[in-house]
Design a protein around this ligand. Structure first.
Ligand code: FAD
Length: 419
């Protein structure tokens, strides 16, 4: 499709803003729709751990996961929570999710994740270049912290898959760790420090800055709830506040909320909210020099402009259940055992919803049931990392430029008829 088309993007999280900006750079007239302003805490893109986790290619569902679930659910310091009354509604997602944890399938998923994550630091730089968003991108190591080398070796399988896809890391013993971060407690004795990573020092402000650059370049924004997307002609119509407008193309990038709109088009979209939390420690007495993953508790500790962000946990309770902020007490206990002398001035907590599919892969591409309507959602734990590339792939495909990657693993109709 040539430049100058009238395109709507629904959802102004990292995926929507990225798609809108790449489409705008292609010369289209682009309107971004959202019920909140970009950078709002209601967005998943606001409160994540900020990691440009380009080697996070091993999905959560791996061989043996099911055996660990009961102990994780029983452990008050464990990373997994389930609202039991929600289990019957979760099962149609959970069963295929666990089935995708077979070794061969994990390798296929890892390869498909590597395609959208591998060059993510460059993709963020290309999107942010020349805009005020640039200053929020930091680069360096990203270290997985362990009690000792033996604990790291239990994760050897996942690291081997990363290595097959080009990941490199340095192995730091306690002396090497303490040289870089003298405040670390005795509880940490080993780290696998992945090289050439990146992180965002304020994800909400970063998104708002990208959005302002889009607007400054001529992009339009309309605030409101999109209640319907309908196919029509070569594109479709959007309904917002009872008013319907037509577009040549529509991109659906509404995170976990995309499900309802996509299912109205006739697709099956088994997407769940993997709810996660953060605790922001404001004005801390010291900060980690680089982001860490506390491997046994599975949460990230990221140095940010406002302080230290601890982020992680997985809670299954549906999209709309109220947040249980008491879950974040776990972060406080664990950060104290990581940094016994740490002090801070204030705490802010947050809950967000990772848009997760049973195969841990996003839906990226044109609807096969409603031509002219394109999907860009479902990036689970790594949507900040993959957002700019997803936006660029969408802009390429909409322009008729064939991406030089295999898009089959992300096909929007791959779950049709599954439920
Ligand atoms: C605790 C936690 C830590 C995380 N850490 C990382 C990390 O370190 N690195 C990483 O890569 N990823 C991380 N993630 C995942 C990442 O944040 C998400 O995958 C990503 O933000 C999803 O972006 P999105 O644009 O798809 O969705 P969102 O950011 O949720 O944006 C969707 C937008 O659509 C809008 N919307 C929805 N429905 C409608 C409608 N009907 N009408 C109008 N607007 C609508 C919403 O208001 C929202 O603004 C983390 C997630 C959590 C919860």
């Amino acid at each position: 499709m040539g430049a100058g088309s009238n395109i709507a993007v629904v959802g102004a999280g990292i995926v929507g803003v990225s798609a809108a900006e790449w489409l705008r750079r292609d010369g289209h007239s682009v309107t971004l729709f959202d019920r909140v302003m970009p950078g709002d805490p209601e967005q998943t893109s606001y409160g994540n751990a900020g990691l440009l986790a380009r080697t996070a290619i091993v999905p959560v569902s791996v061989p043996g996961l099911l055996g660990h679930v009961p102990s994780m659910l029983m452990d008050p310091d464990g990373p997994l929570f389930l609202r039991w009354a929600y289990l019957p509604r979760l099962l149609p997602w959970l069963v295929p999710f666990l089935r995708n944890g077979r070794e061969g399938r994990v390798r296929e998923i890892a390869a498909a994740l590597d395609t959208i994550l591998g060059d993510s630091v460059d993709q963020h730089r290309a999107l942010a270049a020349g805009t005020p968003a640039e200053r929020y991108i930091e680069t360096g190591h990203y270290a997985y912290l362990y009690k000792d080398r033996a604990a790291f070796e239990k994760d050897a399988w996942g690291f081997a898959i990363r290595r097959e896809h080009g990941a490199e890391w340095e192995e730091w013993d306690r002396a090497a760790l303490v040289e870089r971060d003298p405040h670390l407690s005795q509880a940490v004795g080993f780290a696998a420090a992945l090289t050439d990573h990146g992180w965002i020092t304020d994800p909400g402000a970063y998104l708002a800055a990208l959005f302002e650059a889009f607007r400054a370049g001529g992009g339009a924004f309309r605030r409101g709830e999109v209640t319907a997307i309908d196919p029509g002609g070569a594109g479709g119509t959007l309904t917002v506040g009872g008013e319907t407008s037509a577009f040549d193309r529509i991109v659906l990038a509404s995170g976990v909320w995309s499900r309802r709109l996509a299912e109205r088009l006739g697709h099956t979209v088994p997407m769940e909210a993997e709810r996660g939390y953060h605790m922001m420690l404001e004005n801390p007495s010291h900060r980690p020099p680089i982001p860490y993953m506390v491997a046994d508790a599975k949460f990230a500790v990221t140095p940010m402009e406002a302080g230290i962000r601890c982020a992680g946990l997985v809670e299954f309770a549906g999209v709309d259940a109220p947040a249980r902020m008491e879950r974040t007490a776990l972060f406080e206990r664990r950060i104290r055992s990581l940094y016994p002398s740490l002090e801070w001035e204030g705490v802010r907590t947050w809950m967000g919803r990772r848009p997760s599919t049973p195969d841990s892969l996003p839906l990226i591409g044109e609807s096969t049931r409603a031509r002219g309507i394109w999907f860009g959602f479902g990036a689970q734990h790594v949507g900040l990392t993959s957002g700019p590339k997803t936006g660029r792939l969408l802009a390429d495909m909409i322009a008729g430029r064939r991406p030089n990657v295999d898009m089959t693993p992300y096909a929007p109709d791959r779950f049709d008829g599954d439920l």
